[in-house]
Every structure is written in C-alpha cells, then in structure tokens.
Ligand binder design. Sequence first.
Ligand code: GLV
Ligand code: GLV
Length: 324
Amino acid sequence: MKPKVYITRKLSDDIIRYISNYCDVRMWQEEDTPVPREILKEEIKEIDGLFSLLTDSIDCYLIDQAKNLKVVSNMAVGYNNIDSDYAMKKGIAVTNTPGVLTETTADLTFALLMAAARRINEAEFFLRDGNWKTWSPMLLTGQDIYGATIGIIGLGRIGQAVARRARGFDMKVVYHNRRRLLDAEKTWNVEYKELEELLQVSDYICVMTPFTPETKDLISFNEFSLMKNNAILINTSRGGIVNEEALYEALVTKKIWGAGLDVFEEEPLNVDHPLLTLPNVVLTPHIGSASIQTRLKMAKLAADNMIDVLQGRDNRYVVNDVSL
Ligand code: GLV
Ligand code: GLV
C-alpha cells in the first residue's frame, strides 16, 4: 500500500502526478487560500507524510493529532512555521528546500536594494500620476550603490550570493555571522564585523538570518540608533527579525533613509499598516523565491524529500535529527 500524504495547497498537475506515483495523495484544492486549521487537524490524523507551506503553522498541538506521521516536508528554506524540535521528539522528520532558491532570493534582495536606493517605485508612481513636468537637477535623487558599504547579517548561502552580487557592483562587503567564515571571507573578499560595528559602518544592511528565538527582534530600537542616516535596511528573510515599530520610527524620524521589505511580522501585511504610509519603503509580498523556475524546483525538491523519508532513504534536507 502506498503511504498516505496530504498537500496543504493546490500544486501543479505535474507535481501531483509525480507524487502520486509513490503516494496516496489528498490535497487542499485551493491555490490562494491556506488550508483551514480545522481541516488540517483532521487530515493529519491518518497520514504518513505532510507537504506543507510556510503559511501552515505545524505546532505541537497539530503534531499531537497525527498517529502515523513520519515526515513534514516544507516547501521553503525557512521552517520556523514548524515545531521541528517537538517533531524530533516524536520521531517525525522535518525537511526544507535550501539551495534551489539561493540565487533567486539573492536577486530579489538586490532588486529591493536597488529599488529603495534609486526610488524606483516612487519614481514610477510619480510618472504614472502625471507629476513629471520637467527634468530637474535634484528630482527623485537617491543613493549611490557602487562604492557603498553593504553589511550582510547572516552569511549563509543566500548571504554569500548577495555578497557576490555586491562585489560585482564594486561595493565594500562586511558581514556578521554567529561564527566567522574564514573561507567565505577569502572567496568573496568580505570582512567580518561585530554586529554593532556593522550597523555603524554600513550604507546598506541586509538581514539574511533564519528566524529563531535568538534572532527575534535582532534589529530593534537600539540597532537603528547605531545606523547611518543614509542607511537602507533590506529584509528578505523573516519579518520577526526586524522590529517593525522600531523600523517605522527610524524611517519617520529619518534616522535611516529607507527600507526594502519582502517579509513582515504578520503576513499578509494589513493594508492599514503604518509602513504603507511611507514613501521611502519598497514593499513586496514575500516573493523572494518567486521565479517560475525556482518555485517548480522547490516543489520537486519538497516532493522528493517527502518520498525519500517515506521510503526509508537517507535525505540530506532533514533539519531535525530524528535518529537521536
Ligand atoms: C521563503 O521564505 C522560504 O523560506 O523559502
Ligand atoms: C539559506 O539557504 C541560507 O543558508 O542562506
């Protein structure tokens, strides 16, 4: 008998067909609405594998409903939506999809950096609204990117891919990481700094760490107070790492110059959110990895991770050590 799996969002027919070769598939049939918790609570009871998205909160209560669950395969690199420690205690593997989205997410990080620095969105609205009367010496002037210093907080795969892009733009690259990465320093010509110093010297600050209890509110009032007045903060990792109240205050009081954000404390971002009243913020709806090619790769990798575990094969994307 094939193992039973549940997929928490409608995926493409190709990937469903692929998974169906190995598994007995049930799926939430909507593409743009997350599965209601009540339904997931029922579905999880009998399944062997769960294919989840970052919008599903797989907490200990939900995990406790499962009788046969062996794997939760998250179609994302981040897995803070899953209580992976609790899953580990229950012998349930949790897998993620790193690697395939690295370059795509670094591209969006750079796109936000450039859009915020050169006021691209503001300029486009200006034009579309019919405000373009003439060329003016200081009209819509922004910040230079070339020659500036970029501070990368979290030099993982995506952080290194951003560093590489920054080097191509003739930027000076500094980084902070839990531990120093001597090889990466040499390879990408980047310099390690303590967090405080990074915040003081950087023109661009990119938040690239996973969201954990340690990184919650990593960038808050005190951190903004250390930044340069021309600093631009970019966050494409997870919302809770940057305290939004502190960010809003830093932007309104011109403590910093601008921000580019793809992730928020609460998603979807409420349209009444104060950040939306500010012209010096560029906002996107959590689309870091959203290229057609990469999303297809992530779905395939998440499917393979789930199938591997269900078939008893080793899988290198297990993030919690269930063998302990
Ligand atoms: C997206 O945010 C991911 O973690 O893959
Ligand atoms: C994510 O893949 C990271 O390590 O940056």
